[in-house]
Ligand binder design. Structure first.
Ligand SMILES: C[S@@+](CC[C@H](N)C(=O)[O-])C[C@H]1O[C@@H](n2cnc3c(N)ncnc32)[C@H](O)[C@@H]1O
Length: 611
């Protein structure tokens, strides 16, 4: 049976899956990821990285996911086998048709978190080996799955039953969410946390192997993934959504019903089409979700009344809506504009500050995109305010370790942070610092003094790293975030005058990241934290021309990071003409999204003289 992808698609109106055969693979399906659809592609650095003759999906994000999945497929089937199938032109000869129920053995977990199973070649080699992508499955498991789409050398299938579980890895008593296995948000709740971190490390390893275009000799051994202090109740932002009433339901309402503004609904009268929640895995169909255990308690508590309010008002919605729930500290107490005196830190005991201290411990849920959110970060308690609808990292519990790691990685070759620093959070790190051996201890005189924070958002890295630099320049496209960053410097100066004695040392500029390079280059560290699509070529070329001392690249998409890091290293090698080059000192995953397949990655590049 030879089914092409198009033959298998049910009519568009009934199509149960996304259009391009690239559903839910290679992409972290956090609630955020579902709604904030990434638009990146990973350009072809080597011909082999693209599925040869790949079908044009017409969607950049789809191609990026396909690129990543294609590597997983090649790894599981073996490159020789894949090449043979391609040579024979059999890569579309799917052994299944739509809704076939099959049994398959899972060989690996792909970079998107789904199990990659293999149907071995049969009919004496007439039929090529074939991969089957099944979410919520683990290596070594035998599963029954229902095929819903065929693509090049692989099919997508829904999990029906785990026939033979991998009992070393799978333990369903770990699952804390009633929607796990259907909701697209989490992939890994059945795993021990250490196993989740191991899987994420292997995603980072593969990303550098497959997308950096660098020889293995220059890729450092990838450190273990640094875990999140909170593994549930950590998500400070969720964006559930719902569709407006369908035309048919609207038309069926009586005149009396239409005249009523409020609708009283109980469990029996809620219509089938009214679902408020997240997408069902691999579909655009909204699931009704009453609770999300990875969200913070204040968000979880806010969900129920918000859902009730929507139900009672549902007929007023003409379009679907994406809701916003943000965890914020109570802002009813203003932070003073200027430092009061040396004992006026929030932890101090004057009556005014006690109130502020209380506000700093009181969490509220913000649902207005234009409202201001307040968060405290790390042991130092840096305070950040930002507009609810703009970017801020979504796991507060890991921001202290993340920003400390960046700091310690920058200063490791000098034996640690500057001794003059008045930062009280210099605890011994719980991670190993770079171990490539490529970096000899450096002299004090060469210690960096300037920081450039590209894609700075509301100033997370600029402000948390400010005690260690003389001058800091941040740049960011969003004017709202730049206004927040500027205010955040003032706030932290007022709260922590000894940590942030001179607010003028931080300057923020609204604009494209490529416009930052007018500042001093020597003794400068560049932090890059771009969106999922990574940096554009113009930016990369300017970093190479500029050639600063250290580059720390933080990314929520390790695949585009690996591509950009490869370009930086190769570009600098060319420009340095054998005299200077960037050494990739360390790469390490950070777990900002426990229970999901998503991994944040931090890469450190250092400029070294080669002669
Ligand atoms: C992943 S966020 C990082 C923000 C910040 N570093 C943080 O951790 O909070 C990426 C930021 O890049 C900004 N951005 C996107 N494209 C940009 C560009 N071309 N130039 C400057 N900033 C950009 C976005 O507005 C967003 O705030």
């Amino acid at each position: 049976m030879q089914n092409t992808e198009s033959e298998m698609k049910p009519p568009a109106a009934k199509r149960p899956r996304l259009d391009e055969g690239i559903v839910a693979v290679g992409e972290p399906q956090t609630p955020q990821a579902i709604l904030e659809t990434p638009q990146e592609t990973i350009p072809n650095q080597k011909a082999a990285q693209q599925p040869p003759g790949a079908q044009k999906s017409g969607k950049k994000s789809g191609r990026a996911k396909q690129d990543v999945l294609w590597h997983d497929i090649q790894e599981v089937l073996g490159k020789d086998v894949v090449d043979k199938v391609l040579e024979a032109g059999k890569e579309f000869e799917a052994p299944f048709k739509f809704k076939d129920e099959i049994t398959v053995e899972i060989k690996a977990v792909g970079s998107g978190g789904e199990g990659v199973g293999v149907i071995e070649a049969h009919d004496e080699g007439e039929r090529a080996p074939w991969c089957v992508i099944v979410p919520f499955t683990l290596p070594g498991e035998k599963v029954r799955a229902k095929v819903y789409r065929n693509a090049r050398l692989h099919s997508y299938a829904d999990l029906v039953e785990v026939v033979q579980p991998n009992t070393e890895l799978r333990d369903m008593t770990r699952v804390k969410c009633q929607y796990f296995g259907e909701c697209a948000g989490c992939q890994y709740q059945m795993l021990a946390y250490d196993s989740q971190l191991d899987l994420k490390r292997s995603v980072v390893v593969k990303a550098y192997q497959n997308f950096s275009d660098l020889p293995q000799s220059v890729i450092p051994s990838i450190g273990s993934t640094i875990g999140s202090p909170l593994q549930y109740n950590y998500r400070t932002k969720i964006t559930p959504h719902f569709d407006a009433p369908p035309k048919k339901a609207r038309a069926a309402r009586t005149a009396k019903e239409s005249a009523e503004t409020d609708v009283n609904m109980n469990e029996e009268t809620i219509p089938d089409w009214l679902n408020i929640g997240f997408n069902k895995i691999g579909t655009r169909k909204v699931m009704d979700i009453e609770d999300c255990p990875i969200a913070t308690p204040v968000i979880r508590n806010a969900l129920k009344p918000a859902r009730e309010a929507i139900r009672s008002n549902i007929w007023s919605y003409k379009k679907g809506v994406s809701l916003l729930f943000r965890d914020s500290l109570d802002r009813s107490v203003e932070i003073p504009e200027k430092p009061l005196d040396s004992s006026s830190l929030p932890e101090a005991s004057s009556s005014v500050d006690l109130t502020l201290s209380e506000a700093f411990n009181n969490h509220v849920c913000i649902t207005d995109h234009n409202a201001t959110v307040r968060e405290k970060v790390g042991d130092a308690g840096w305070v950040f305010e930002y507009t609810a609808g703009s970017f801020f990292q979504n796991n507060n519990s890991v921001l202290g370790p993340l920003t400390r790691y960046v700091r310690d990685a920058i200063f490791a070759p000098w034996g640690g942070i500057p001794s003059t620093t008045t930062d009280s959070t210099t605890s011994v790190p719980s991670y190993d610092l770079p171990t490539t051996g490529a970096i000899a201890p450096l002299s004090e005189a060469t210690k960096p003094t300037h920081l450039v924070d590209a894609y700075c958002g509301s100033g997370l890295f600029s402000i948390t790293l400010s005690p260690y630099f003389d001058q800091i320049a941040g740049i960011e496209l969003s004017t709202a975030s730049i206004a927040s960053a500027t205010r955040n410097v003032q706030i932290n100066h007022a709260l922590y005058p000894s940590l942030m004695p001179s607010p003028t040392k931080c300057q923020f500029l609204s604009g494209d990241a490529s416009n930052i390079f007018a500042v001093v280059r020597e003794k400068t560290v560049l932090v890059i934290d771009p969106p999922r699509k990574g940096c554009d070529e113009k930016f990369i070329n300017q970093v190479i021309d500029w050639g600063c001392q250290v580059v720390v690249y933080v990314s929520c998409n390790v695949h585009t990071q690996a591509r950009d890091v490869g370009q930086l290293i190769k570009g600098m090698e060319k420009k340095g003409e054998g005299k200077t080059k960037y050494v990739l000192e360390s790469v390490r995953g950070f777990d900002l999204f426990p229970q999901t397949a998503h991994v944040e990655s931090v890469a450190v590049l250092r400029l070294v003289e080669t002669s």
